[in-house]
Ligand binder design. Structure first.
Ligand code: NAD
Length: 307
């Protein structure tokens, strides 16, 4: 009987685990749980006889893959899969998938939670501004970016987007203005929301020059990854542009310094929480379980992200 392991340092909501169990056991497979583990050794032990693993932000590297002799598939319940060593997985003949789109509304709603907080001066009692009529630039028009565009229209914002791989015609079909480059997006928009994945090209790509080209009252909101931000450039921007605010769901390495120096213009959630909703947990967890069953039974590789 195939054994599906759910290995989550930060567990799913109980209702999501119940849904995963129903899918796995309904397909005649066995479910094993490793939740809130504190040592890598626990993960190495738990994966020993697993055919499939469902993870969240948990790291799967060559050592984990070496220990998992029966492993055929790892599914990252979520969008970003930079916590999985894809080359090592390919070398071990293990299929890696994510569950695209399942948490994107949750992340998009958090963008607006942070934006309202930002334009109302962190609720400090002073007069702020509205989002209505402001230009919002969406960097990467993927699953989260599209949801941000949908909600932004409800706020009455002017929405712009740039995506290196999504054609302008697709963006424009949603009533969003497509621009030709990341640089054009930052120049045009007072508010920019980041939705690029952390890749070799995007790491450190949001730099001082880009941010400094933004109009007065600039705000950058980051629910993507901390790695995409050039932190030295961010510190310089906060120092040189007193009109600039940075709102992030992913705490930078220099968080303590920024929080102290730029209170009122810099905000980070205490822990990445974009996808931390009951709905996103359930959607991503159940999608992961269904993708595993479909892969093991039918060989469906639709959401494969490694070679
Ligand atoms: P997605 O894969 O649906 O979309 C990513 C988009 O980025 C794609 O449209 C792609 O064409 C575009 N892209 C890739 N490289 C680019 C580049 N160099 N320049 C411009 N566009 C580029 O992913 P998503 O679900 O929209 O999520 C986006 C990112 O947000 C994820 O990679 C993840 O890192 C992050 N995320 C964070 C949370 C959170 O909890 N804060 C939750 C989900 C996702």
């Amino acid at each position: 009987m195939a054994k599906i392991l759910v290995a989550t340092e930060k567990p799913f909501a109980a209702v999501a685990v119940k849904g995963i169990r129903e899918v796995v056991e309904g397909a005649g497979m066995e479910l094993a749980l490793l939740e809130k583990y504190t040592e890598k050794a626990q993960l190495l032990d738990a994966v020993k006889d697993a055919d499939a693993v469902i993870i969240r932000s948990d790291k799967v590297d060559a050592e984990v893959l070496d220990a998992a002799k029966n492993l055929k598939i790892v599914v990252r319940a979520g969008a970003g899969y930079d916590n999985v060593d894809l080359d090592a997985a390919t070398a071990h003949k293990v299929c890696v998938m994510n569950t695209p789109g399942q948490n994107s509304n949750a992340v998009a709603e958090l963008v607006f939670g942070m934006l309202v907080y930002g334009v109302r001066n962190f609720y400090n009692g002073t007069s702020g501004t509205e989002l209505k009529g402001k230009k919002l630039g969406i960097l990467a028009y993927g699953n989260v970016g599209r949801n941000v565009a949908r909600i932004a229209k409800g706020f009455g914002m002017e929405v712009y987007a740039y995506d290196a791989f999504c054609p302008a015609s697709v963006i424009e079909a949603d009533g969003v203005k497509a621009v030709a480059s990341t640089a054009d997006l930052f120049k045009a928009c007072q508010i920019v929301s980041l939705h690029i994945p952390a890749t070799a090209e995007t790491k450190g790509s949001i730099n001082f020059e880009l941010m400094n080209s933004m109009p007065k009252g600039a705000i950058v909101v980051n629910t993507a990854r901390k790695e995409v931000m050039d932190e030295a450039g961010l510190a310089k921007m906060l120092e040189e542009r007193p009109d600039f605010k940075y709102l992030t769901d992913i705490m930078p390495a220099i968080h303590a310094e920024l929080a102290e120096k730029y209170a009122g213009r810099y905000f980070s959630t205490p822990k990445k929480m974009g996808a931390q909703t009951a709905e996103a947990n359930i959607n991503a967890g159940i999608a992961a379980a269904k993708q595993i069953v479909d892969f093991l039974v039918n060989g469906n590789e639709k959401y494969r992200v490694n070679k």
